[in-house]
Design a protein around this ligand. Structure first.
Ligand code: SF4
Ligand code: SF4
Ligand code: SF4
Ligand code: SF4
Length: 283
């Protein structure tokens, strides 16, 4: 997929018509072939915009910052990104009337090895679910696929799994890039940042990494859209999707096939009570 030309044309018209103050898109790195998010505030910079299968990041993360809040923003969303946008709107973090949303019917993005990213291979909804105009040919909702790494881990014993996760927590450097790159982590005072807490502090220990990452993943349970922005940001290349996909899978199985952000005004699995919900476990 390559929608560079169309997106440049749409952004030009939005600025010309005075409909936006900022356009959030992607631009090429100056030192390699990869892309980074870019916030365009002047039409002269529109020629920097690109969009193709290297447009990997979830741009809705930039809607939570001071420089875009309460501004009129043009933004590009792939299927997973648009589900995060739905969550942000439902959670009253973003006003729909302030946005012009270019949706993408996504055919997948590439990982660092140049192959299709794992979350794209398992993607349930490649089409943007919220948009003002959509580019590409909608493919529709796909069958839910249980994550291959979760399936593989399930075949191991408790001790092996424990050692595997111990290794993950040992390699966490407590930089918090995962949390800062997640669009759905927008709390002004995150509980993980409480330096005076015995559980949540900045110490680079296995125990504090465990508490931070487990708390984080539980705060994303029923809200995570599997965009993997967090994982892409992790300098230790930790497989953070294991935490989120496990939660997603349990919720999918136990809460009427719930997936975060698929529908407008859906507040998430934990906000909906149904008599038919099983109560034979605690997530
Ligand atoms: S997870 Fe789906 S919507 Fe998101 S980038 Fe991959 S294919 Fe596109
Ligand atoms: S936890 Fe990671 S995968 Fe889930 S929504 Fe946040 S950034 Fe995306
Ligand atoms: S980890 Fe929890 S408290 Fe911290 S920003 Fe994310 S949702 Fe908020
Ligand atoms: S980005 Fe990676 S290393 Fe940094 S806190 Fe998150 S898991 Fe740990």
């Amino acid at each position: 997929m390559d929608y560079t030309k169309q997106i440049q044309e749409i952004a030009t018209k939005l600025f010309t018509d005075g409909k936006i103050d900022i356009f959030i898109g992607y631009r090429k790195n100056s030192f390699d072939d990869n892309q980074v998010p870019v916030l365009i505030t002047h039409p002269a910079d529109i020629s920097r915009l690109v969009f193709d299968d290297k447009s990997v990041f979830n741009l809705t993360n930039y809607l939570k910052f001071e420089n875009t809040r309460n501004k009129r923003v043009g933004i590009i969303v792939k299927g997973c990104d648009s589900r995060a946008l739905n969550m942000l709107m439902t959670e009253n973090q973003v006003k729909r009337q302030n946005l012009y949303v270019i949706g993408i019917s996504c055919t997948g993005v590439l990982n660092e090895q140049g192959a299709k990213a794992q979350n794209c291979l398992e993607c349930v909804m490649p089409d943007a679910v919220v948009y003002d105009e959509i580019l590409g040919t909608p493919a529709g909702k796909k069958e839910y696929i249980v994550n291959a790494d979760i399936t593989a881990l399930a075949t191991q014993g408790l001790v092996e799994r424990g050692e595997y996760f111990q290794d993950i927590f040992e390699n966490c450097i407590r930089c918090n890039a995962c949390r800062h790159s997640c669009p759905l982590c927008y709390c002004e005072k995150c509980c993980i940042d409480q330096e005076t807490s015995a559980l949540y502090n900045g110490a680079n220990t296995v125990s504090s990494a465990f508490h931070a990452l487990m708390t984080w993943s539980l705060h994303l349970a029923g809200r995570c859209v599997d965009c993997r922005n967090c994982e892409k940001a992790c300098p230790s290349h930790l497989p953070l999707h294991l935490l989120h996909k496990q939660n997603e899978m349990v919720i999918y199985e136990n809460f009427q096939h719930h997936l975060a952000g698929m529908e407008k005004d859906d507040r998430g699995a934990f906000y909906k009570y149904s008599l038919s919900d099983p109560d034979d476990f605690i997530l």
